[in-house]
Design a protein around this ligand. Structure first.
Ligand code: ATP
Length: 311
């Protein structure tokens, strides 16, 4: 593998008169990388340009040392791609779809079938692999798509919103598989997502895209370090006293709602503070904490300042 697995320089991609990607540059070595951004930020367009599926209107793209615009077939042979959205293979079972993907990438029939079984097992699809895909749930389709991306054993993976449409258990399982691919199985991967926690669970580095431009990039922990951590506290007590007590300890009150006999208070923690400080502040304000949960942060909350005050 070359040192730089993916290299993009000043990439611009247009759809007609609309510019979806505007002068994006970045390079990736080996490891797991996040491509973060809201819907429409340009993530899919970048992945498709790297696969030679949309032509660049400017700039250059290299994948595994190859020019992606000039040698798209060679690039696609060495990349596993899990596309966004539904895939339709009318009349095919999940197993047949994965064998088909293997055959398309040049595997002999016998090997394609063996690999299809192995990768469907890895992706977590059991006996359902022999049923037509028309009856599949979103989660089952995502598993088939993962197996299709892996069937030819590529060293590099592009996974576009792999947790879309999954329930919490399915999401957890998918992220565990992706983490295993990047870890024990030694794949380099690009994970595109609009959910920060998905990327945090798998990747060390990330790139934040907004309206076709790179807003920030680097080590994920550093990118998110400055962002306030948000908690939701369910407490009994007097609203004014609790708010004042939290405020005195530098804990910002984002909003307060009534929840039956309790107050549901959303707070932002200053650096270094945690649950202990919240319990202390509520007690000092004459209240009692009933529960305390971490709020799953949205991209907007975490990168609010970077995208212009957050929307
Ligand atoms: P999503 O997760 O919703 O796909 P994304 O970050 O992957 O978001 P893209 O799919 O790359 O974003 O889309 C970037 C922009 O380009 C969006 O404004 C989208 O509407 C537009 N776009 C994408 N594909 C086309 C197309 N074929 N024709 C015209 N505009 C397009």
């Amino acid at each position: 593998m070359p040192d730089k697995v993916v290299e993009i320089q000043d990439l611009t991609v247009k759809y007609g008169t609309f510019t979806a990607v505007k002068g994006v540059s970045f390079s990736l070595g080996q490891g797991a990388f996040g491509l973060l951004g809201r819907n429409g930020a340009g993530k899919t367009t970048i992945l498709r340009a790297l696969l030679g599926l949309v032509p660049p209107d400017g700039g250059s793209l290299r994948v595994l040392g190859m020019d992606a615009a000039r040698r798209p077939a060679s690039v696609r042979a060495r990349v596993g791609y899990l596309p966004e959205g539904q895939v339709a293979f009318p009349g095919m079972t999940g197993f047949q779809a994965v064998v088909y993907a293997g055959r398309l990438s040049g595997l002999p029939r016998r090997i394609a079938r063996r690999r299809a079984h192995e990768m469907l097992y890895f992706a977590g699809l059991g006996e359902a692999r022999y049923r037509p895909m028309e009856g599949y749930s979103t989660g089952m389709v995502q598993r088939v798509k993962l197996a299709m991306a892996l069937v030819h054993d590529p060293p590099l993976l592009f996974l576009d919103e792999p947790t879309n449409g999954l329930d919490p258990a399915g999401r957890k399982q998918m992220l565990e598989r992706v983490r295993e691919l990047a870890g024990r199985r030694g794949k380099t991967l690009v994970l595109s997502s609009h959910i920060l926690s998905d990327v945090e669970e798998v990747c060390d580095e990330a790139l934040l895209l907004h309206e076709g431009r790179v807003l920030k990039s680097g080590v994920l922990a550093e990118l998110t370090a400055a962002a306030p951590r948000v908690r939701e506290v369910l407490a009994a007590g007097e609203r004014e006293r609790l708010e004042a007590s939290l405020g005195e300890r530098g804990i910002s009150v984002i909003r307060v709602d009534r929840a039956g006999p309790f107050l549901k208070i959303r707070v932002g923690l200053p650096p270094g503070a945690g649950g202990r400080e919240i319990f202390g502040a509520v007690a000092a304000g004459g209240g009692v904490v009933r529960s305390l949960v971490e709020v799953r942060r949205s991209l907007e909350e975490v990168f609010g300042e970077a995208v212009g005050g957050g929307a």
